[in-house]
Design a protein around this ligand. Sequence first.
Ligand SMILES: Nc1ncnc2c1ncn2[C@@H]1O[C@H](COP(=O)(O)OP(=O)(O)OP(=O)(O)O)[C@@H](O)[C@H]1O
Ligand SMILES: [Mg+2]
Length: 279
Amino acid sequence: MQVQLLHLSARHPAAKDNSAPALRDTTILIQQGEQVAVIGPSGAGKTTFLHAVACALKPANGQLLLPGQDPWKLPRSALQALRGQLFLAPQVPPLPPRQRVVTAVLAGRLPQMGLLQSLRSLFYPLEIPTAHDALKAFDLEEKIFERVDRLSGGERQRVGLARLLASEAKLWLIDEPLSALDPTRATQAIEVLTRTCRERGTTLVCTLHQVERALEAFPRIIGLRNGEVVFDLASGEVTRERLTALYSQYEHELFGPAPINAFPEQNAQPSQPAVMHCR
Ligand SMILES: Nc1ncnc2c1ncn2[C@@H]1O[C@H](COP(=O)(O)OP(=O)(O)OP(=O)(O)O)[C@@H](O)[C@H]1O
Ligand SMILES: [Mg+2]
């Protein structure tokens, strides 16, 4: 699904009316099937950006087009149908504690089901093989009948991602999918997500704090800071200088334990694509 933002500004619903919008005057075009990582320091507006694109947050100004039509001008039923084609995966998946993993994963398919079918699915999961395959992609198939409150934080996060695989959404909007995962699981998760989107032609927009992974896995990187797009570039064009400027005063979010001046080669080749140590 194509995504277009035209001079879009958005403010968190809980923010004061006179406060600066968390996302300001943003104009972006994302083509169907593109894979885009959104990076930037804490408070930059990454989550706000995802919520605005997911039609979860009405623009304060400007326009969202999905694909080519303004969702906020659609009749309620058409807006609901459109929302059924989007999947916003929050950082902490909303999993009811006593729910079984199979039900949680198949909840990703609810927008594609009618009311009766979805109610039945809550009590008698009908598509167990679909849930099994989605969980298997994250090595979680053995947990299929486990209760979600008996999973670790990382396992819960991967169940949230398995939900995406089970869905038939045309646009995946994923907020910090790796925050609870160890490096091996993080590599696996990002590989599964990007490969699946490529195979299905699904558009993928993903916020990430792991800048190094974003540069490795995504062809296009949007850098946000203070609610504004600082750069929108192919990953190969994202230089150290651009990253340093993006995270200026937030270096701890960009650099791992290595000190900021631990790149002597930086001065030698200032425009090389960046390879960073990240948290
Ligand atoms: N619950 C809230 N109430 C009021 N304002 C909020 C709220 N959540 C976010 N904001 C405002 O929106 C701005 C952007 O927040 P957002 O969550 O989009 O940033 P982010 O880039 O996702 O940060 P992080 O990396 O910490 O997740 C914040 O700096 C704050 O001003
Ligand atoms: Mg966020």
